[in-house]
Design a protein around this ligand. Sequence first.
Ligand code: ADP
Ligand code: MG
Length: 229
Amino acid sequence: MQDFSQIIEQAKAFGHTVAVVSHIKSGKEAAVFRAMLDGKIVAMKVYKNPEERSFQNAYEYLAGKFYKSPSARRAVAKKNKFGRKLKQKNWIKREFFMLQKFHEAGAAIPRPILQIDDSIFMELLGDEGIVAPRLIDIELDQNEAATAYHSIIESILIFWEHGIVHADLSPYNVLWWKSKPFIIDFPQSIDKRLHPDARNILDRDLKNITKYFGRYTEVDLAAAEKRFK
Ligand SMILES: Nc1ncnc2c1ncn2[C@@H]1O[C@H](COP(=O)(O)OP(=O)(O)O)[C@@H](O)[C@H]1O
Ligand SMILES: [Mg+2]
């Protein structure tokens, strides 16, 4: 397993104890682990090379609120070297901040718990032995599908009302746990105020999700689309 000493040290500096338990999954952008945080089992998502990450157009709207110092806000707005550096250093913080806002608003996402260094700790969907399957891995009955479809559309609406489009919504990025869906994996999200194609990307997310649930229950794409202004 990789070296977690920096995360563990930083967590300690903030008064938290972290112990990594087991690996769940690695992808191109991140690796996800089970970990004990202050004695409770959680999911820990560790982003790779965040300093090399090409900054996308996501989060700028929230970022404007995030930076407290006016000079930092100006630097980010002007996109100068200092601003670019600030953004790269802080995108994980901003992602965490965004997840907290979504969760507070009632979106179906795992509860964000703590952000330390290059990692985000969140509610584990699963337990010591198993991890929640993705929608693509399971079969739903009609009732489950109808409720889950509703919950996901409401969540996409919450993201939209916060100015954000997930931009990679599919049955691969929704986990199923305790009879409920949870949307994961936000780093590619876009800011609808800044992205000229945001509406089309939103419609693609809505279409993917509607198509999936259409196998199990009645869906109405046009009605869903109309709710997004
Ligand atoms: N909160 C969580 N609880 C349990 N498993 C998770 C959690 N978050 C992510 N995972 C697992 O890790 C995998 C990768 O996470 P994801 O956020 O989709 O990252 P990426 O696709 O960028 O690698 C998921 O498909 C899921 O199996
Ligand atoms: Mg994913």
